[in-house]
Design a protein around this ligand. Sequence first.
Ligand SMILES: Nc1ncnc2c1ncn2[C@@H]1O[C@H](COP(=O)(O)OP(=O)(O)O)[C@@H](O)[C@H]1O
Ligand SMILES: [Mg+2]
Length: 444
Amino acid sequence: MGRSHVNAMSEGRDSKLNWLDLLWLLLLAGLAVLPPIQEYHKQLILLAFGILQLSEGWLVARLPSRGPAYIVLLKIALATVLIDHTNEIAINSYYYPIYYLPIVTAAEYFSPLATLLWTALASAAYCSYLYPAGQEFEIGTEPYELLAIRILFFFLAAMLVNRFVVENRRQTKRYQELAEALSETNRKLELAQAEARRSERLAALGQLSAGLAHEIRNPLGVIKASAEMLNQKLKESTPLASELAGYISTEVNRLSALVTRFLDFARPLHTELTPQDITPVLERSLQLVATMWKGGPVAVERHYQEDLPTIPLDESLCEQAFVNIIQNAYDAMGSEGGRLRVAAEISRSLGRDGIEVRLCDSGPGVPEDLREQIFNPFVTTKKTGVGLGLSIVSKIIDGHQGWIKVESGRSPDSPQSQGACFVMFFPLAVEATRSRPESELVIS
Ligand SMILES: Nc1ncnc2c1ncn2[C@@H]1O[C@H](COP(=O)(O)OP(=O)(O)O)[C@@H](O)[C@H]1O
Ligand SMILES: [Mg+2]
């Protein structure tokens, strides 16, 4: 019988004495000083009503499921006894409206049907006095009609209050749902804002590095060409100078490769999304990193959900993203090697269906304060690192309208293991019109 409503209602009540309770006691005191005054049973019953009323909130809070039923039952019992002590012929008592107390209480706590049943019970308790009266007197039709009118008013009052209460509960529920929806929207907004901030940062840094890289590339080209010419010219006459010119040339090559990577990073990303299986792409990336790996042994565990749907992917970009992440995992595990867990499963995020890919290693993990930063360009903790890997990953995933985050690899079944867990989400469907300001960046 509307248990949750009872819970909701009892929360709102506080068990402290407030002015409404005082008013209640005053009203009962008013009844107490009206006739019959000599009847001490009546005063006792009124006192019991007062105590019951004051402890109602407390009782309902203690016994949310059965409390209201006990209270209504007690009130019906008290009302019935009160009637008996306020008139020689109980059914004629002027105190019969006391039954409104249990009836309204029932209407406050229960569903319409239950309220009707409680009202019927109260009416039956009242009508039970017909029996002793019938023993003593001959009853005509008029008293029955009067009784029927009184009882119908009981039902009317019960339904009226119940309707109001039910409506009130409905409203409260609606507001609660609304508040929940609002906080959910707020959360989404915060996520979107964080993502936008990251994209903006990437765009600005990309622009800067692109400009610089471009400016560096031209002089590098001239230096390289000159060094090669020197190398050629001095080959026979001065071997030492020729060797030095060779160094210049190889170092320029390295610099040039670096600049190319900067440019790769800054170049607008054109994703060609076609529906594809993601697991072969993951497999190829794993293969690629494993064949080039020169560190300790790495055991790869695969957990691919069966029957994964195809998703819009840019095969080569995705492969590049996975390679970057897997390479980082291998780097993190280093010469000791370790375990790499690869999982792909159907998932749902921010109202979109998609596939979640997890790449978890058993390395040292990413410190909490670095987790957001590692996706920024040029953030690296490696001696020879460039710090572009994850920012490129981030950009590629942006191009797939997905998201990426890094978690601690600590899992319930192996709490002592550390590790980093890169979690990516790829939606099943991409929105066609999604303007991405950074893709407007054009580099000649
Ligand atoms: N699996 C991982 N475990 C621990 N740290 C990681 C992992 N992946 C990335 N990192 C951290 O993130 C940094 C940035 O990575 P990345 O952008 O690929 O640049 P780079 O590999 O050139 O350092 C790394 O230097 C490393 O500190
Ligand atoms: Mg890297």
